[in-house]
Design a protein around this ligand. Structure first.
Ligand code: AP5
Length: 225
């Protein structure tokens, strides 16, 4: 009898704000039985729970700036070493700086793992702006919709839990401009880093949610356990 080989699989999703990372990360995590690790969601949860870390992070997030690497790293360390993450993760919004990329490499090396794939979701600026402008998130469970691209069944009401849908504070036009600037300055250079390592796949983020998911899934077939 042949023993079934299972191994952890770690996937980084990169892309500009509003590209669809969160939407696709949830689906990939479900399809490949991985933990969805969204630093944006974790930080918003810290803010909602009024923790000290949340209040420090909020001051940066409302302006569209990055939360300092040390704060984000502190928040993530326990999670990455936890049993929940032992089968591998889809990282959504992490890493965002070269220092964060080095930290993730280090943690995975300690766990005898490595980044298996980096997927970049490419979307032109005009589509990014319209995706963030039309985004509505559930105040209760965090589910994400779009007014035209991925509308809820009932206006203003979450399909998943019936909670109220609202706009994210950092989706205001002036904050979006800053988030795009920050992305280009700090996060875009990671594309070269991963391209140089040979594990970057660029995926067209245009088209419907299912269509984009199909492209990502195809790019990841080699990670299936
Ligand atoms: P974070 O929440 O990570 O924001 P982001 O990276 O800017 O990404 P978004 O959440 O805006 O977009 P997304 O790509 O996930 O798109 P989504 O799937 O929602 O971070 C927020 C802030 O936290 C940062 O600015 C920073 O301050 C801080 N932070 C987080 N991580 C950090 C870190 N590591 N270090 C330091 N600071 C950190 O889709 C967008 C919309 O489009 C939705 O409405 C969706 O329904 C719709 N949509 C998606 N796909 C499609 C499609 N194919 N067709 C039509 N509509 C679509």
């Amino acid at each position: 009898m042949t023993a079934m080989v299972t191994r952890a699989c770690d996937i980084v999703l990169l892309g500009p704000p509003g590209a669809g990372k969160g939407t696709q990360a949830k689906r990939l995590a479900a399809a490949f039985e991985l933990l969805h690790v969204s630093t944006g969601d974790l930080l918003r949860d810290e803010i909602a729970r009024r923790t000290e870390l949340g209040s420090e992070a909020k001051a940066f997030m409302v302006k569209g700036e990055l939360v300092p690497d040390e704060l984000v790293g502190k928040m993530l360390m326990g999670l990455l070493h936890s049993q929940a993450a032992s089968g591998g993760c889809v990282y959504d919004g992490y890493p965002r700086t070269t220092a964060q990329a080095a930290l993730l490499d280090g943690v995975l090396a300690e766990l005898a793992r490595r980044i298996d794939a980096v997927l970049f979701i490419g979307v032109p600026d005009e589509v990014i702006i319209s995706r963030m402008d039309g985004r509505r998130s559930c105040s209760e469970c965090g589910a994400v919709f779009h007014l035209t691209g991925n509308p809820p069944r009932q206006d203003g009401v979450c399909d998943a839990c019936g909670g109220a849908l609202g706009q994210r504070e950092d989706d205001r036009a002036e904050v979006v401009v800053e988030r795009l600037r920050v992305y280009r300055h700090y996060t875009q250079p990671l594309l070269d880093l991963y391209r140089h390592r040979g594990n970057l796949t660029e995926v067209d983020g245009l088209g419907g949610v299912d269509e984009v998911f199909g492209r990502l899934r195809a790019a990841l077939e080699s990670c299936r356990r």
